[in-house]
Write a protein that binds this ligand. Structure first.
Ligand code: TUI
Length: 317
């Protein structure tokens, strides 16, 4: 399947991987790029030396395009923004803020810039600032989220900008991919589905949390601080939500959230970890290689789009 996005990025399938903080590293990113999508390494709050090593390792593992996600709430975002230029990273996605001030330097360096945005207003601003595409991420997604659902956000963003739109939030199979194209997207970003990839090097307890999650098993903490984060419900999310109800000091639990992601990803701490995942976790039933995930999503979407009437029993006209 070719779209404006496959052309823009020089990739085979219009699927990009979410830049999942603490999770998206060289092994996963290279597997996604080698399978024909766009693999992403998370900058998150990582030290600059760690990210440099991850970029170099990814280049050893794949000769295909890949990207780095810059998390703009990070204290060292400016240093990481310069690192991607110095290391010749071909694509940058951004999250959790407005990357406007970095875009001129990235464009000057020939980097393709794809901000993740939660609203039409920010999509418009990013197009004016020179972005090559935007990821329109609905609040079904895991991690830091906006307020609008994917179903409502994607068509409104698609109408508002002329650069390619990548749909994100709640997409994990061929139906979600085909639906995204119908909404006006030129591609999809997939995060949660890749948590259950063989190449995803998170603690096995994290993968189990995803496999066991039902549709209603995620909770959004941090709404009261203006930094809402979706995670799978556990003792940690209940404690944070109780603190929020009791109007505790917002700075206290924001600090808690960042530390807890490490507890989930590295330690597999089921009670105190922050197991970020989207609402689509309930759909995910098996662990398999990245290549199978991508080929199944693309194959199912192509079959649906080609033979929709027959497969869905719908008669048009
Ligand atoms: O960034 C994400 N998802 C993330 S980042 C992350 S790391 C983290 N850990 C603890 C607390 C907070 C973050 C985990 N998951 N997705 C992309 C995304 N960007 N969603 C929403 C936004 C966003 C929000 C506001 C983008 C821009 C924005 O702009 C506000 C402004 O400055 O105009």
């Amino acid at each position: 399947m070719k779209t404006n996005l496959t052309q823009l990025l020089g990739i085979r399938h219009p699927i990009i991987q979410g830049g999942m903080a603490w999770i998206a590293e060289s092994t996963l990113a290279a597997a996604v790029s080698n399978a024909g999508g766009l693999g992403l390494i998370a900058g998150a709050t990582a030290p600059i030396d760690y990210l440099r090593e991850q970029i170099r390792r990814t280049k050893e593992l794949t000769d295909k395009p890949f990207g780095v996600n810059i998390m703009l709430m990070s204290d060292n975002a400016a240093d990481l923004a310069q690192l991607v230029i110095d290391e010749g990273v071909p694509v940058v996605t951004t999250g959790a803020g407005n990357p406007g001030k970095y875009i001129p330097a990235w464009k000057e360096a020939g980097i393709k810039v794809i901000p993740v945005i939660p609203s039409v207003a920010l999509a418009r601003r990013m197009e004016h600032a020179g972005a090559d595409a935007v990821v329109a991420e609905g609040c079904e997604a895991g991690g830091h989220i906006g307020e609008i659902t994917t179903m409502c956000l994607v068509p409104q963003v698609a109408d508002a900008v002329s650069i390619p739109v990548i749909a994100a939030g709640g997409i994990a199979d061929g139906r979600g991919f085909a639906a995204s194209l119908m909404l006006g997207a030129q591609g999809i970003q997939v995060g949660t589905r890749f948590l259950a990839a063989e190449e995803c090097r998170i603690h096995p307890n994290y993968k189990d949390m995803v496999l066991q999650a039902k549709d209603t098993d995620s909770a959004v903490t941090g709404r009261s601080t203006g930094h809402p984060v979706r995670q799978i419900k556990n003792r940690f999310t209940r404690a944070i939500l109780d603190m929020e109800l009791a109007n505790a000091d917002p700075a206290a639990f924001e600090q808690l959230t960042v530390g807890s992601l490490r507890k989930a990803v590295i330690d597999g701490n089921l009670s105190d970890g922050s197991f970020m995942a989207g609402q689509i976790a309930g759909l995910i039933q098996n662990i398999c290689p990245v290549k199978e995930i991508i080929e199944e999503i693309v194959g199912d979407a192509e079959r649906l789009l080609r033979n929709f009437e027959e497969i869905r029993g719908v008669q048009i006209g």
